[in-house]
Design a protein around this ligand. Structure first.
Ligand code: CP
Ligand code: NVA
Length: 321
């Protein structure tokens, strides 16, 4: 059943998997979700251990990885900066060497992307990015799964990615880790991102690691970015690690609140997504996030299903049971 990738594969940014591998992982996520809903036992990772390292707070990432690993038959070790030697300046390279000798797969949430890359380059086992300042690939994997679940077909044969072709995703807000990852996904999977960020908070194409500017368009007015969109999405005005800028950001982002007027500019069947946690009245109105076009709860739940499929792929290769 298993055909574990060799050499070890990491998931540090969205471009670490090919479109063909995404088609496989998303199809597996649908099957793994079906098994979960039917209470069908599925323990392909029995005797495997996931180490989760958090240098920033989390609710969804922690619960989805921890519950997901147990559901696959494995177990979990949870480490934070405060309760490990990471907080007492043990080099990240040494931590990687040690942790990867005792566990089978590692998930890290940290600050700079360079830190997770240094960990991965000294790890014997796959490393997954659970959010860095630059990227949040597990979240975009869940968002794309959620879009396909609502607007495409999963498990019905054919290529699950087909429904993304030519679609428009409107990004309203900060040019942050989520925006960068949406842009990587658009370039790889064939859709377009309409970006609207306040001045001074634009996406940096080099940081996002894009090959060109062909898969996105920039709009000054967020309502223009939403025009004709199939999906409207946003995120907090102040990401973790940027709290000192909070007051300045509140002023700069005041016009970047996804409200009903923005949703009306989008296609009538447009979906609304937010990675959560959300601040109603800041980046999104309560009417939108709690309204009929919002799929944020499916989006949050799907983190668990897609990450189970991702761990299965990184540890066992292309499984089909
Ligand atoms: N969306 C997300 O990653 O949520 P947490 O910060 O709660 O993990
Ligand atoms: N951009 C946010 C996402 C939180 C899940 C942050 O980095 O804090």
């Amino acid at each position: 059943m298993s055909n574990a990738p060799s050499p070890v594969r990491h998931y540090l940014q969205f471009t670490d998997l090919s479109a063909d591998e995404y088609a496989h992982v998303l199809t597996r996520a649908a099957e793994i979700k079906r098994k979960f809903k039917a209470y069908e036992k599925y323990h392909p990772l029995a005797d495997r251990t996931l180490a989760m390292i958090f240098e920033k707070a989390s609710t969804r990432t922690r619960v989805s990885f921890e519950a997901g690993m147990y559901q696959l038959g494995g177990s979990v070790v949870h480490l934070t900066t405060g309760d490990s030697q990471l907080g007492r300046s043990e080099p990240i390279e040494d931590s990687a060497r040690v942790i990867s000798r005792m566990t089978d797969i590692v998930m890290i949430r940290t600050f700079g992307q360079d830190k997770i890359e240094r960990f991965a380059s000294h790890s014997r086992v796959p490393v997954i990015n659970g959010l860095t300042n630059e990227f949040h690939p597990c979240q975009i994997l869940a968002d794309i799964f959620t879009f396909i679940e609502h607007r495409g077909s999963l498990g019905a044969g054919g290529n699950v990615l087909d429904c993304l072709q030519g679609k428009v995703v409107a990004w309203v807000g900060d040019g942050n880790n989520m925006a960068n990852t949406w842009l990587q996904a658009a370039e790889l999977l064939g859709f377009t991102v309409h970006l609207s960020t306040p001045s001074g908070y634009e996406v940096d194409q080099t940081v996002a690691g894009l090959r060109s500017n062909a898969s996105y368009k920039v709009f000054k007015d967020p309502q223009d970015a939403c025009r004709g969109a199939d999906l409207v999405t946003t995120d907090v005005w102040t990401s973790m690690g940027y709290e000192a800028e909070n007051e300045a950001r509140k002023k700069a982002f005041a016009d970047w609140c996804v409200d009903e007027a923005m949703m009306q500019a989008a296609k009538p069947d447009a979906l609304f997504m937010h990675c959560l946690p959300a601040h109603r009245g800041e980046e999104v109105s309560a009417e939108v996030i709690d309204g009929p076009q919002s799929v944020v709860w499916d989006e949050a739940e799907n983190r668990m299903h897609v990450q189970k499929a991702l761990m299965e792929f990184l540890l066992l290769g292309r499984v089909n049971v």
